[in-house]
Structures are given as C-alpha cells and as structure tokens.
Design a protein. Sequence first.
Length: 125
Amino acid sequence: MAVRSSDARITAADVQEIFDTAAEAGVINAFINTAHTFIEANMSGSNLGDAILTEIEKYLAAHFLALRDPRLKSESIAGEYSATYQTGKPGGGLLSTDYGQTAVALDTSGTLDRLNLKKATFKVF
C-alpha cells in the first residue's frame, strides 16, 4: 500500500468522489503519487493556478486508476447478460478514458494535449 506524497494536492477521498471504486486508499494513493509527479515534472511552468492543477491532478489520478480498473460503459439484459467496459485502447494515451479527456480539457495551457500527441518516427532504408 502506497503512502500519499505529502505535497500531493488531493486525497484518496477526492478521487473517490468522481470514481466509484472498491480500491483501498493505499492503492489510490499510488495513482495520486503518479499523477502528482507527472504534474510537477510537466506542468510546473504552465502558469495554471493551484485550483485548476488540483482538478487536473484528481482527473489524472482517476485516469491512471481507470487503466487498472476499467469502468463499466454499458450493460444490457435481454435474454443474457452483456457488459461493455471502457478500456483504454493501446496507444490512446490520456484520451483513452473519460477521466484523461477531462484532464486534457481542464488544461487550458495545452500542455497535456501536446504531451499526448503521438511522436512521429521515420525509418530510413
């Protein structure tokens, strides 16, 4: 079980407000730490206020948790049970979950959008 970084902007309870999960606080803390480290490394010079960085950190933590615990997207019961889960497509980056999409939308500096762009590769034969 991870201990939440002392300088993280959010708590496990903050993530649980937007993400219905049975994960324990120690598990959620691991994703909070990842989100916090990511923001500190990539967004410290973005000129965004602490309030918006707090929201972005919350949605990034939920995004990382959703990659581990996919969210139920739809279900139907018509003779048999069927469920569809929101799973990130390989290479989908932050846009692969609703939470990641929200984090990108909240970032008016465009930093997350730029980081989410696929890198071009060239091969010379």
